[in-house]
Design a protein around this ligand. Structure first.
Ligand SMILES: [Zn+2]
Length: 168
């Protein structure tokens, strides 16, 4: 064997994830951030605090979860469980939820159904339910578009809130 042989260089991320998987994570982060800000404004009128959609607990909308700080998740309603492309980014089907409800109580389906009934009409709920059966496969570029869309929407919400605060 040639002692100077080097294997060809293959570009990959540190985590070993494909560019598509990384783009999906990025899109989800932007979407989740927008959901939590939307719900924070809706439930507390602030950008820092939000109420959990299934237990009503007040908690921080944002925080360094990896540093052990408690903050809200963006939890899917039980009509559209899972993380498949067709159900991941449905605005009316995802809401701020505490980690306790979202992860340790399977999303609290009974409470979540109630929340949906109170907040959306039958037509809206049917639209969300139907998404389960839609075949969708996103490419890396689609996730990039989703990321940019919610980055923009997040900024717009922030501006709207700043405007409201300045009027007070
Ligand atoms: Zn909760």
């Amino acid at each position: 064997m040639n002692p100077n042989y080097k294997p060809p260089y293959i570009k990959r991320s540190k985590s070993g994830k494909t560019p598509r998987a990384l783009a999906k994570i990025r899109a989800w982060k932007s979407f989740s951030r927008w959901v939590r800000l939307r719900d924070a404004i809706k439930t507390t009128g602030t950008k820092e605090w939000v109420l959990c959609c299934t237990c009503g607990k007040k908690l921080r909308a944002f925080g360094a979860k990896n540093m052990g700080e408690e903050c809200a998740d963006a939890g899917h309603c039980p009509y559209i469980e899972g993380r498949a492309d067709n159900v991941l980014f449905i605005e009316k089907g995802v809401h701020a939820q505490c980690t306790h409800c979202n992860q340790y109580h399977g999303g609290k389906p009974t409470e979540y159904y109630n929340f949906m009934m109170v907040n959306y009409n039958a037509v809206e709920i049917e639209e969300i339910r139907k998404q389960r059966y839609v075949q969708v496969k996103y490419y890396e570029s689609d996730f990039q578009e989703i990321h940019l869309k919610y980055k923009k929407k997040y900024k717009e919400l922030q501006e709207k809130l700043a405007q409201l605060e300045s009027e007070e």
